[in-house]
Every structure is written in C-alpha cells, then in structure tokens.
Design a protein around this ligand. Structure first.
Ligand code: FE2
Length: 244
C-alpha cells in the first residue's frame, strides 16, 4: 500500500511531538504493509504557518535522524494545504509543496473546512485545474455539509477534482455519517484513493490495514487495489520532494 496523507514528521504540526513517536508510527505503518508514505504536514495560516522552506528543513532533519533503515516505509513529503485564496499567488510563485508532478500536471492535497463550505471554493478549484493543478480533496467524508447530500462532491469530481477518503472513517473511527458517506462515495466510484491521515499512535493512528480488510469484503479486488495501491502509488512515485 501507499499512503499520501500522513502527519509523521515530528514537531511541525499537530502530529507527533518527538522523534521516537514518529519512528514508532512509521514502523507500525510498515508492519501494516505500507511501502511508501508522503508526509503531509498542515499549512494553515494562523495555526500552522508552514512554508516550503520550513517543511523542507524539518523533513531533511528527520531523514538524517532516521538514517538508513529497513523497517519503515520510504518517505517523501508534501503538505496538506487548508483552503485559502492565497493558493492563487502561491501557485503563480511556485510556493506550493505539491504531492506530485506528472507531465504538465501537479497535484495538491487540499483541505476544506469541516463545518461550512466557503463560497468561491468551486471557482478556486476551477482556477487551479485551468492552471494545471489537480486538487486532491482530503477526507470529504468528514465535511458535515455533505452528510445529507453529496451533490457538492459530485460537482467537484465532475470538474476534475480527486477525492481522498481517510481509512479511519471507513472503520467508523469518526462519526457514523462519515462512514456512510465514505462507503457511498466508493460505491459510486467517486474516490481516487484511501489514505491514513495518521497523527499519532492512539486516537488518530494508521488504520490502512483494517480499512482495506473491510473494503475487501464489499468491493472487487481491482477497486481495492486502485484505492490502496495503484492510485496513491502514482502520486508517490511522482512526488519530487525526497531526500535525494
Ligand atoms: Fe491531515
């Protein structure tokens, strides 16, 4: 499996607070069968004021502290970018840590607010798509305004956005509504990939293996492989932010 959304770099957001916890998280991921992880610390103005430069230095420090290991997944980095109109200048000035770059296309992990859908979101997504940037929407199943109708998600998929569901939602670690929405979106073929959104070893731990076990019971192998392996692997392989 490949995981394109995880908070595993120590002391940079609300993920692990120390190196040993980060290492234990990565070991757990590897034991679940995850071969590659894109670390995605938050960029959220006023709360997590990360930039390409803070992310890059934290990542490189972490890699050097890890050294050469064979008991953890391969690690690259990008960011989980909270929705902001600043994305326009950031894209223009090449200040976005993208998940991946493939041919002329770039992919950004985009987080929307959980409780309200800001006006202008569709226009911003259209602008990104017109400028060669595909939004990968982080955990749409956790957005409360979509609990009763997923028409807004369908509209984003129709213009070209991709949807990432969080593994914990599938096994019911969040609200019941999130689990129902996640399963419905997979059923209707609106999901690009599953990711862990791991933050720690307790209430926000990696649940990729148990989510895959559950999805295996409901969907064909081809669908499961696309969600957990093929699609996230395409992003991981094309993620240019690594230790090289
Ligand atoms: Fe996240």
């Amino acid at each position: 499996m490949y995981d394109i959304h995880a908070h595993v770099i120590p002391n940079i957001d609300d993920g692990p607070k120390d190196f040993n916890t980060s290492l234990d998280i990565l070991k757990e991921m590897y034991q679940q069968g995850i071969e590659g992880v894109i670390a995605t610390p938050h960029i959220r103005l006023g709360k997590f004021n990360n930039t390409i430069s803070t992310l890059s230095s934290a990542y490189h420090q972490f890699c050097s502290d890890l050294g050469e290991r064979h008991d953890i997944p391969k690690l690259k980095y990008a960011a989980e970018v909270h929705l902001t109109p600043d994305l326009v200048p950031w894209v223009k000035n090449n200040k976005v840590p993208y998940l991946a770059k493939k041919d002329q296309t770039q992919y950004v992990l985009l987080e929307l607010p959980e409780n309200h859908y800001p006006s202008g979101t569709n226009q911003l997504c259209k602008w990104l798509l017109n400028n060669g940037v595909i939004p990968v929407i982080a955990h749409p199943e956790r957005c409360r305004y979509w609990y009763n109708s997923s028409a807004g998600i369908s509209a984003l998929v129709e213009i070209g956005c991709l949807m990432q569901i969080t593994a914990s939602s599938i096994i019911g670690r969040f609200r019941q509504e999130s689990m129902a929405l996640a399963m419905g979106l997979i059923e209707s073929n609106k999901v690009f990939c599953i990711a862990s959104d791991t933050h720690n070893l307790t209430h926000r731990s990696c649940q990729m293996l148990s989510a895959r076990d559950k999805i295996n019971n409901y969907f064909d192998k081809e669908i499961v492989d696309d969600l957990f392996v093929n699609n996230p692997k395409m992003l991981f392989v094309n993620c240019i932010n690594d230790c090289a």
